[in-house]
Every structure is written in C-alpha cells, then in structure tokens.
Write a protein that binds this ligand. Sequence first.
Ligand code: MTE
Length: 321
Amino acid sequence: MLIKRSPDLRESDVTPKELYLRRREFLAVAGSTAVAVAANGLDFTGPSTVAAQNPGAQKLTNLTKSPFSTDEKLNSYKDVTTYNNFYEFGLDKGDPAKYAHTLKPRPWSVVVEGQCGKPGTYNIEDIMKWAPLEERIYRHRCVEAWSIVVPWIGYPLGDFLKRFEPTTKAKYVEFKTLVDPRQMPGQTEPALQWPYNEGLRMDEAMHPLALLGLGLYGEVLPNQNGAPIRLVLPWKYGFKSIKSIVRVRFVENEPLNTWKQQQASEYGFYANVNPQVDHPRWSQGSERRLGEFFRRKTLMFNGYGDQVASLYTGMDLRKSY
Ligand code: MTE
C-alpha cells in the first residue's frame, strides 16, 4: 500500500508518483463533499474507555476467548480507528476516520457465487449468527512496515465458507468490496481499480487463523475498519485483509488481487509477512509498532509460522511473494 509519513518513510518514497499527486486532487473532492467527522472526533484512549466514548455503536457480547490470541499489549482504540488504510475514503491514514461516515453498513448483504452448492444472497444479520463470536487479539502488520495489535471479533473464515459447500473445483476464493461512490467518495478517483479485490487459496482460507472480521474492541466494526464484514489474516500483509465485503466467489484459478494488479513487481498474491524479502523500495526487516519509539524486528509470517508455515511447504517464497 501506499503510504504516509512515518519517521523512516516519506510518502513520496513509497507511493507511486502518479498516486501521490492524485491524492491532492482526491483531498479536494473529499473535502468538498464530506460534511461531518464520524467517530474520530472522539478521544479513545484504551479498552476501559471504549464503551463510554462510543455509546452509539452496537455492542457485541458473549464473546468466546480465542486460544490464538497474543498477550501482547493492545493498541488503543484510537490507534486502531484513526490510522487506517481504506482507499475508498482517501489515501491518508486519517482519511477513513474522517470520511467513512458516508458508508451505510446496514442493511447489507453478501452475494456468494461460483463453484459452490449454495450460492445466494445472504444478510449480514444472519451471517453474524452463523457461529459463536470470538475475541481474537492478533498482530496486524502492514506492508508499509508499521504494525498494531487489535482485539478483533469474528469467527473462523472456514466456518463461513463451508456453509456454501464449495465444490472440488473451488481452488481459490475471491472477495470484493462494495462499489458505490456515493458511499465511498474515494471511488470517484481512479486511485485503484474498483472494486477492491482479494483472493486466497482454499487451504489458506480454511486455515483456523483466518478470521471473518465482524467487530473490534467489543463492538461492531467501525466504518473505517471495514464495516460490516472483512477479512483478518494475521500472517499476511494487511492489504490481504479486504474490507466491506459484498461478494464472495469460489473459483478454479488464482484471482488477480488489487495490489498485484496495481504493481505486480511490488505486491504479490501471497503477501505473507517475510522479513527476508524486502519490498523493492524499503526493507521488511523491521517495523514500527504504533505508539512505540523503537523499531522491532519483523517475524516470519508475522510470528504465526508454527501455525501456517506448512501451507507453503515446497514453495519458493522469494518468488511467491
Ligand atoms: N480493503 C479495502 N476495500 N480498501 C483498502 O484500501 N486497505 C488494506 C486492507 N483492506 C484496504 C482494504 C490495507 S493496505 C490494510 S493495511 C488494511 O486494510 C488496514 O486495515 P485497518 O485500517 O483496519 O488497520
């Protein structure tokens, strides 16, 4: 993904020049259409203050605690909800929190199609009830070399996908984000090719660590984090975790994901966190955890190697990046 200022990266270092320049045009458009600032005007400082400061958000209760959770220190609600990548609302990290109030996450439905026994259109309220909701605290590593720790809520992506009875021809699953420039003003600009598109090999999608994200910090997903339904794939760079999904398609061939389509020499299909394979324009050897001063070393598969490395046995991860 493209980028923004961090102590070590300048936006112009990591953003293709044409996008960097176009961001300025986008900001002019967004600024003229945006009316109010959504939840980001509030000052969230951490878990204990979340409920008190965002009373309008639907709370999610009876959450199962996941054994897959890390015990690392959580980033604050403010970090998680005001430093985002969601190009449908602008290219700056603060844009989604400012502009995503135009997204309407209810009513919402997801179309399921392709190689499966139960294609159809499924309502978000039903989807939310298909499996017990878990809280899963995951590290989340962006390709731009920053990371956060988030208390997600959701259930295994495999539990969701199995309901549609994928056939033996379903080798991959593809996901698409909503396209509606009235709700997503960034789509009036060709910053990316819309809809945002992502894909997984079926065994990756069925892996127990792959989460269907439906909330965070005890409530439904804030718009800027991909309401009402997204992926959360902690061993991959953040761009694989597609937001605001409206379409799921089971397919035979590897789908072309948005960032590979954008710049195949820089972003691949697998996008596994890999400190040994640098991005052509910056190192992936270390990362900045939001809120910390010193950089920390990036871990292979973002520290989830014991669980997921076997998915890639025999593959050259320098080529299949
Ligand atoms: N999904 C859509 N539809 N549009 C986007 O721009 N950005 C991706 C991913 N999913 C993106 C998206 C990137 S680059 C990252 S790092 C994560 O969302 C960020 O998730 P977060 O804002 O919840 O931290």
